[in-house]
Ligand binder design. Structure first.
Ligand SMILES: Cc1cc2nc3c(=O)[nH]c(=O)nc-3n(C[C@H](O)[C@H](O)[C@H](O)COP(=O)(O)O)c2cc1C
Length: 328
């Protein structure tokens, strides 16, 4: 598939996730084989007002390429100007978030709120296209609710506007993040438009990746599955190439990667913020393992990296000396 000058063969993408897919996590996934990255979403009005916490979010590094800056906003907001600001961060393309389900976003008729009004959806995308020379892509959901599935209309509309790829989280806004994602829409989308379609929703294993590609979609985007298992990119590629499943990451590999990720977070954000903002990841790295709640409760009180690293190594020793690692 192609986005602008970027040519990708069956790419695996890391889904944009607020407070999760910062530069440190993106670099971890890059090392583990992800092909396509996105920043966390950035509010267009905050970008235009130069709010420091938002402009920080759209910084990208060369190692991450190809990478998109993702922006969101409604018709009342300066989407063209936001696209110009996003372009200054030098991403490879700009992605417009038309799928965020949270109330404060949809109330302003942005994110998934645009699925209720396709004229406004179109106006927002048009404004972004007019503000940048970079390729523009869109990420959305299949519709507002089960009775209002509009994804085929959306696909036709964005293709006509000149959008270069469409990522589809195969849930409705009403579903939030629960209930099954309906991948059958990916097949219908491929029959409807010729721009690349990137499928998203409920990918948790290499087998899921292979099954989603069988719908005919051009790329597969992984969200929460990558938080619990950043190795999923490497595992999925190996599985698709050979049909063989790589072993799950061991506890020792989890500890090593967690420490590496923590140190990257500190490198990019400084010690205090780097440690505090990393805290949400402990749950992901050690999900399902024995005494993880106690481990996490201790780690989130710590502010010294050496102490955190020592505690993680002790956890590995504690569990390794026990016969069984995994809580059933
Ligand atoms: C914590 C979290 C934050 C998210 N933030 C964003 C975001 O900033 N932009 C976006 O387009 N989607 C965001 N999403 C949605 C994901 O990109 C993805 O569409 C969704 O999680 C479904 O994929 P999954 O089933 O693989 O997790 C977020 C999801 C989660 C769980």
């Amino acid at each position: 598939m192609r986005i602008g000058a970027i040519e990708l063969e069956k790419p695996l993408a890391l889904a944009p996730m607020e407070d999760v897919t910062d530069v440190s996590f993106r670099l971890i996934c890059k090392e583990l084989g992800v092909d396509l990255l996105y920043t966390e979403f950035a509010s267009s009005s905050a970008l235009v007002r130069d709010v420091a916490s938002t402009t920080r979010k759209i910084r990208v590094t060369d190692i991450e390429r190809p990478i998109a800056v993702q922006i969101f906003g409604g018709v009342e907001e300066p989407m063209d100007e936001a696209a110009r600001v996003a372009e200054e961060a030098c991403p490879d393309f700009i992605d417009v978030n038309c799928g965020c389900w949270v109330r404060k976003v949809v109330r302003r008729e942005s994110g998934a709120g645009l699925l209720k009004n396709l004229a406004k959806f179109e106006a927002v995308v048009r404004a972004v296209l007019s503000g940048t020379k970079l390729p523009v892509t869109v990420k959305t959901r299949i519709g507002w609710d089960q009775d209002n599935i509009v994804i085929l209309d959306v696909a036709r509309m964005v293709e006509q506007l000149g959008v270069q790829a469409l990522s589809v989280h195969c849930r409705t806004r009403s579903q939030g993040h629960s209930g099954a994602a309906d991948w059958s829409w990916l097949e219908k989308l491929k029959q409807t438009v010729s721009i690349p379609i990137i499928g998203n929703g409920d990918i948790n294993s290499p087998e899921d990746v292979k099954r989603m590609f069988e719908t005919g979609c051009d790329g597969v985007m992984i969200g929460r599955g990558a938080i619990y298992n950043p190795w999923i990119f490497r595992q999925a590629k190996h599985y698709m190439a050979t049909g063989e499943l790589l072993p799950e990451a061991t506890l020792s590999e989890r500890v090593v990667l967690c420490i590496k990720h923590l140190l990257l977070s500190i490198d990019y954000k400084g010690q205090e913020r780097g440690i505090i903002e990393f805290r949400k990841h402990y749950q992901g790295y050690f999900r399902g393992m024995r005494n993880v709640a106690k481990l996490r409760a201790e780690l989130v009180r710590m502010t010294d990296p050496e102490e955190i690293i020592a505690r993680l190594r002790r956890y590995e020793d504690e569990l390794s000396s026990e016969p069984e690692n995994v809580e059933l």
